[in-house]
Structures are given as C-alpha cells and as structure tokens.
Design a protein around this ligand. Structure first.
Ligand code: FAD
Length: 447
C-alpha cells in the first residue's frame, strides 16, 4: 500500500479545518499551504449532514464565518460566497443575520472548491494515527492510516474531526438498525418506507431531538411519536446579548487564564446558551403543532417528560423501553419500532485522539493556548486539536464563533516553529516542550 508525504495533514474537512485551509492560503508563506493536505471521510463537503434539513438555520450570525472576524477583506467570506452564486440581494432582503443551514453548507463547499494552494481529498477515512520516532527515539512526525490501507506521513498534524456521537449505555444492547443518532438522521430516514405507521421514540430534550421530532412529522407522516426526556419539559436557549459576549474570540484568552473555579462557573452558567435548550421559534412551532393536535383530537405525538430509560430489550420485532417516572418511580413499558437519539456527543476526547494519545504514551490529553498537543518531550513535530478544547478554551471552542481566529493562531504557531524562532537561546519548539506542565497522574482523558 502507498505512503504519501506532506508537511501538514489536516484530518476532517468541517468548518474547523476549512478555516485552517483559508488561514494557510492567506498566511502560510514559504510553501506551507502548497504542502498541506486536508482529508475528509465524506464524499462531499457538507455541514452537519445528519440534520441538514431545509428549514433548519445556523444559530450564529453569518459574519461568524470561516474568516470575517479575522480578515473581513478576505475573498473567502460568506458575503463573497453569496455574491459569487448570485444570492447576495436575496440574502440581504431577507433581513436575517442567521442563514439557513443549507446556505452555510453551500458556503463551506464553495470555500473547499475555491482553495488554490491547499489540497483537499474526499473519501479518505482516517482510522488511526501513530507517532513516528527516529533511531534516538525523538518524535519526528506522524503516520496517519486510512481506511483503504494507505498511509500519509506528515510533520504537522491538525485534527478537526468533530466529536463522537453519544449512545446511552442503557441502549447499547439494541440492534443498530433500530437506533438512529441525529448525526445519521437524514441518511437513515430516507431509506425507510415513508408510509409505514412506525412507532418512534425520540430521546433527549435539546435542539437535535426537537429537530428530529419535527422532521419525523414530515418524513414519516404516519408515525406515532413519543418524545422521552429527563427534564421537566423543553427550555429555550439563553440567547441574551450579555452572555453572548463570552463567545467573542477575544474571550478565549480570558477563559484560558481563568482559575479552575472560574472556568467551572463560566461553563456551568453558559450551559443553557449552547446545550440543553431549543431555539425559541422552533419551541413555539412545536407547541402550536401539539396544541392543534389536541384541538382536532389527533393523538399521534406526545411528550414524556421527567422520565428515565432504565432498561431496553428486544421482544420479537419490538424494541421495549423500560421507563421510570422520576416523580413517582413508577415503571412502565414503551414498545417502539425505532429509537431516535438526540443525545448529543461524548464529552471525552474523540476515539481518534485518545488512540493517538495512547500511542504517544500520554497520560492526559492537553493543549497549549495555541491548541498544540502537549507532548511532554522536545520535538519539531506538532499536533493541534480543533473543536475539542472547551474545558481549556471555553464554550465557543466547538462552535463557529472562533474558527477564523483559531485557525490563524494554529497557522502562526506552525510558522513560528518552522522558522525556528528562538526563546532564551533555545529553539521555541524545544523550549516550550521542556517547560510543559507535568502530565497529571489521574489518567483522565477529558477535555
Ligand atoms: C446539528 C448541529 C447544528 C449545529 N449548529 C451550529 C450553529 O448553528 N452554530 C455553531 O456555531 N455551531 C453549530 N454546531 C456545532 C458544530 O460543532 C460547529 O458548527 C462545527 O460544525 C464544528 O466544526 P468542526 O470542523 O470542528 O467539526 P465537524 O463539523 O463535526 O466536522 C468534522 C469533519 O471531519 C470529518 N471526519 C470525522 N472523522 C473523520 C475521520 N476519521 N477521517 C476523515 N474525516 C473525518 C467529518 O466527516 C466532518 O466533515 C452544530 C452542531 C450540530 C450537530
């Protein structure tokens, strides 16, 4: 099988690494951009393809695209995309700061096709990454393995592959054809017989569960849907402008420098700005729909709040969920054909990153302010993690808000290392590794 060599390999062509590609094109001097490759396991560049539904919108302003906050004059702005595809007048006339999700997805695809120096390859599934060491044991680069058996060697590596979908352990024993996580909603539902009267359970109380609850009514119009959640009911996202300032790229420094108790308070109090909530317009629409159902005596959709799923098994062809009422501890059964999971993502580092950490011999996965993995040893190679550093860099880390600035910080860190900047007479790369915070002994692999 073949091995290719590039200077910089970026895994995943989501917004994070596309913003990196833009930063490399605009800032990457001396051939770095030309010697960079982005790989993507999908066969097309799409944004959140599992829930790329025609009526869903981005929850952040269009100007928080891949580059505008860093360089509003860039050719890769969302507005320039709209102009290029002849939709600028329509977008402005619509008078909304938040584009439809399909527009953001179209923008990302356009950016990927507009790159002139950085190469992008689709259909490349990265299965594992290993450190490469020379005969003295010094870490000199990375070997990335792909699903087709080929490999890519690189000195710099940027992982921007998103997070792993969360499957609640209580459901783990059910056959996979009965479970549909939100990340696979579209592809799985289009393969179903639309006219069947499926009995469906939707699990979770946040935006993705709400979107699936609404979408099922269109995609499977004869379905009977029970929406099971632990909470007392649905809550709206907190979108007030005061807390929204904590999503500014400039807040990353403040968060990074905060004491652990300060960080914990910020993440706790910001939780409802990004998690466990539903967008206000969608809430109103869902409520109106259920109200009209009641008015006309239709009984095909219901919310089941304050309920834990405490067991799950197959009985013949039926999924049997054991439900425990959190108010009374009463136990009941819910018999379904399909279970839709709006259960979000695993909080720990993704499997790919944990595998790399184990291969390097790290006890703890941590990054510097510039998102560089702390290797605990001097090395001219470097690996950067994008989108998984909420614990150290703040709540905006997994979102679009900081992408452009973060991509520039990563690019500049690589450029500084490439040019061998010196700190107190020692190469900056070596100096920083030697003064890295000692690795924690608790073995935690949390972000
Ligand atoms: C339904 C949904 C809606 C959202 N809406 C918003 C919003 O409105 N505003 C906002 O700011 N944030 C939103 N988010 C958060 C979202 O995480 C970010 O918007 C953004 O997509 C993060 O970009 P990313 O590149 O880090 O990760 P992703 O968008 O997850 O991209 C990762 C890419 O890596 C690829 N990949 C994964 N593993 C591999 C592998 N092993 N080999 C090769 N390629 C791989 C994936 O196919 C994907 O293309 C939303 C998230 C979801 C799930």
């Amino acid at each position: 099988m073949t091995n290719r060599e590039v200077e910089l390999l970026a895994v995943g062509a989501g917004p994070a690494n596309l913003a990196l590609a833009v930063a490399l094109e605009e800032l990457g001097t001396d051939g770095l951009a030309e010697n960079s490759l982005v790989i993507e396991r999908g066969h097309a560049v799409q944004w959140q393809q599992g829930l790329l539904l025609p009526w869903t919108k981005s929850q952040v302003a269009f100007a928080k695209d891949l580059v505008t906050l860093r360089n509003p004059r860039s050719e890769f702005t969302f507005l320039n995309y709209l102009r290029s595809v002849g939709r600028l007048d329509d977008f402005i006339n619509m008078g909304s700061f938040t584009p439809y999700r399909v527009e953001v997805s179209g923008y990302l695809k356009w950016v990927s096709e507009s790159l002139r120096k950085v190469r992008l390859q689709l259909g490349c599934d990265c299965t594992s990454i290993e450190p490469v060491r020379d005969s003295r044991g010094t870490l000199t680069g990375w070997l990335t393995r792909l699903g087709d058996g080929s490999t890519i060697s690189s000195r710099y590596l940027v992982i921007g592959a998103g997070r792993d979908p969360y499957l609640p352990p209580v459901l783990a024993g059910l056959p996979t054809d009965r479970l549909i996580h939100s990340t696979r909603y579209r592809s799985r539902v289009t393969a179903l017989d639309k006219d069947q009267p499926y009995r469906v359970a939707v699990i979770g109380a946040a935006q993705s569960a709400a979107e699936m609850f609404r979408a099922v009514q269109i995609d499977l119009p004869n379905a009977d849907v029970s929406w099971v959640m632990r909470s007392i009911g649905l809550r709206a996202y907190d979108t007030n402008k005061f807390t929204n300032e904590l999503y500014y790229p400039s807040f990353v420094d403040k968060f990074f420098e905060a004491k652990p108790e300060g960080k914990a308070q910020i993440l706790r109090e910001m939780h409802l700005t990004n998690y466990s909530g539903v967008e206000t317009d969608l809430l109103q629409e869902l409520y109106t729909g259920l109200y009209l159902d009641r008015l006309s005596g239709v009984e095909r959709r219901r919310l089941v709040p304050m309920t834990d799923i405490t067991g799950a098994r197959m009985d013949g062809d039926e999924v049997v969920l054991e439900l425990t009422d959190r108010k009374t501890s009463a136990i009941s059964e819910l018999r379904r054909d399909l279970v839709f999971l709006g259960t979000g993502f695993v909080r720990e580092m993704p499997r790919l990153v944990r595998g790399l950490g184990a291969a390097i011999g790290l006890e703890r996965i941590e990054v510097t302010r510039q998102y560089r993995l702390k290797l605990g040893e001097p090395s001219n190679a470097a690996c950067y993690l994008q989108g998984v550093n909420e614990a150290t860099h703040g709540i905006a880390d997994s979102l679009l808000s900081v992408l452009g600035n973060r991509a520039a910080e990563v690019t500049q860190d690589i450029l500084a290392r490439r040019h061998g900047k010196r700190v107190n007479g020692v190469h900056r790369a070596a100096a920083e590794e030697l003064t890295a915070v000692p690795l924690s002994a608790d073995g935690a692999l949390r972000t």
